[in-house]
Design a protein. Structure first.
Length: 80
């Protein structure tokens, strides 16, 4: 479950919305991950959380650029 949350955090930071990120990060029910992400949103958001916990600004920008450049589309295609 922790790995799924980390993956979902990265996907949200990269630009996916919370529900899409949770669905891509979890094999089963995404509800617990969605709840955790919404909880973080109430504490300042996912991006500040990641940056406070060791993600560098360069890593954040690279991650966001990768998702925007095609990672999100590839994930969507993998669900078909």
């Amino acid at each position: 479950a922790e790995d799924a949350l980390v993956a979902a955090l990265a996907l949200v930071a990269g630009g996916l919305d919370v529900r899409d990120a949770a669905q891509h990060a979890v094999d089963g029910d995404p509800a617990p991950v969605i709840q955790a992400l919404h909880s973080l949103a109430g504490r300042g958001g996912v991006e500040p959380y990641l940056l406070r916990n060791g993600l560098t600004v360069d890593q954040f920008h690279a991650l966001r650029d990768a998702v925007v450049a095609g990672g999100g589309r590839e994930l969507d295609e993998s669900q078909d």
